[in-house]
Design a protein around this ligand. Structure first.
Ligand SMILES: [Zn+2]
Length: 320
C-alpha cells in the first residue's frame, strides 16, 4: 500500500469516499467538506475469478473502514465508484471488463450494500474527462473530447456540458479504424487506432521491427530525436493516425477542446506540436478546437469519481 502525493483540493461540498478501479490498481481516498483529498492510496485491485464483482465490493468495504478509522470525525454522505470496461451507468452495471472478468455485474448495488452509502457509479475514463472539464484543461468548454493515451486509447465526450456515454459503448476511440490493412487488434477488429498510436503500440512496434528493447514510447521518441529512421517512422505513423482520427472527431462532433492525457501526453511538445500542425492541415472549414495537455494527471479518474459522489449527495439533499 503506497500513499501518493496529495492532489489539488476540489473546493467545498459533501464529504465522500472515492474508489477508482483500474485493471491493476485501485485508488481510494476520502474527500472532506473543504475538498481536501485525504488518505489517497493505491492498492492492488481485488481479484476473484469466481465472483470478481463481489471481491471488488468487499475490497471497498475494507478500504472504507481504514479511511473512516483514520478520520472518525468526518461524516461521509456518499461514495463514488468508477470502473474500466463497458459500463451501464444508468442501471449500475459493469457490463464487461476484459481484464477484470465480470459480465453484467450489479456493481453499484454490491458497493452500496458493502459501504452502507449511496453510490455514484461510472466509467473511469468518463470520470477523468469530467474532472478535466470541471477542474482541469477542458474547463470552460461544454463541447470537449478528453483522450487518455497509454497502454490503449480511451476517450470521453462532453456534449453541451453533458457527458455522453452511448449506453456504455461510446468513447471507444482507440477501437476505431485507422488502417484497413493493419494489424489485428486484441479486440478482434483489424487496424484499430490503438494498434498504431497508443504508447503501448509505439513501444511494441519498435521492439518488433528493431529487435531492440523499448520499455515505453519515450525510448522510441528519444531514438527518433537522435536520428533513428525506424523510430522516426513509427513515431510519425502514430502522429499521423492520431491526427486523422482527431480530424474525423472534429468533423463529426466539433469539440471546442481536445484534451490529451495518459502516458503519451508526457512527450509534451514532441507530441502536441506535430499533432496540432497535422490536424490543422487536415481541417478546412471546420471549427478548430484547442489542443491541450490534460492538467490533472493520474488522479483525474479519482477526482471525477469524488465529484460524482458529491453530485449524488447534493441531489439527495435537494430531493424533498
Ligand atoms: Zn480494437
Amino acid at each position: 500500500m503506497t500513499d501518493t502525493a496529495r492532489p489539488a483540493p476540489l473546493g467545498p461540498g459533501a464529504a465522500v469516499l472515492a474508489f477508482d478501479v483500474g485493471g491493476t490498481d485501485t485508488k481510494s481516498a476520502m474527500v472532506d467538506v473543504s475538498g481536501q483529498v485525504l488518505g489517497l492510496r493505491r492498492t492492488p485491485t481485488a481479484r476473484d475469478d469466481a465472483d470478481p464483482a463481489r471481491a471488488i465490493a468487499e475490497s471497498f468495504a475494507e478500504l472504507a473502514r481504514a479511511l473512516r478509522d483514520d478520520h472518525p470525525e468526518i461524516e461521509v454522505a456518499a461514495a463514488g465508484v468508477s470502473v474500466p470496461g463497458l459500463v451501464d451507468e444508468v442501471r449500475g452495471l459493469g457490463l464487461f471488463a476484459s481484464n477484470l472478468g465480470w459480465r453484467d455485474a450489479p456493481i453499484r448495488d454490491l458497493a452500496e450494500r458493502a459501504l452502507g452509502l449511496p453510490v455514484a457509479f461510472g466509467h473511469d475514463v468518463r470520470a477523468a474527462g469530467d474532472a478535466e472539464h470541471r477542474l482541469g484543461a477542458a474547463r470552460g468548454h461544454d463541447d470537449a473530447v478528453v483522450l487518455a493515451i497509454g497502454t490503449g486509447i480511451a476517450s470521453s465526450m462532453l456534449i453541451g456540458g453533458q457527458p455522453y456515454s452511448g449506453g456504455g459503448y461510446a468513447g471507444e476511440f482507440g477501437h476505431s479504424l485507422a488502417d484497413p490493412r493493419g494489424e489485428r487488434c486484441p479486440c478482434g477488429a483489424i487496424g484499430c487506432l490503438e494498434t498504431i498510436a497508443s504508447a503501448g503500440a509505439i513501444a511494441r512496434r519498435y521492439r518488433e521491427a528493431s529487435g531492440r528493447e523499448a520499455a515505453g514510447a519515450r525510448v522510441v521518441l528519444d531514438a527518433a530525436e537522435a536520428g533513428d529512421p525506424l523510430a522516426q517512422r513509427i513515431w510519425g505513423a502514430a502522429i499521423e493516425a492520431l491526427a486523422e482520427g482527431i480530424a474525423r472527431l472534429v468533423a463529426t462532433l466539433a469539440p471546442e477542446a481536445v484534451v490529451i492525457g495518459g502516458g503519451l501526453s508526457q512527450a509534451g511538445p514532441a507530441l502536441f506540436e506535430p499533432l496540432g500542425e497535422r490536424i490543422d492541415e487536415l481541417l478546412s472549414f471546420h471549427r478548430r478546437p484547442v489542443l491541450r495537455r490534460a492538467e490533472l494527471g493520474d488522479d483525474a479518474g479519482l477526482l471525477g469519481t469524488a465529484l460524482a459522489a458529491r453530485d449524488l449527495a447534493a441531489a439527495r439533499t435537494a430531493a424533498p
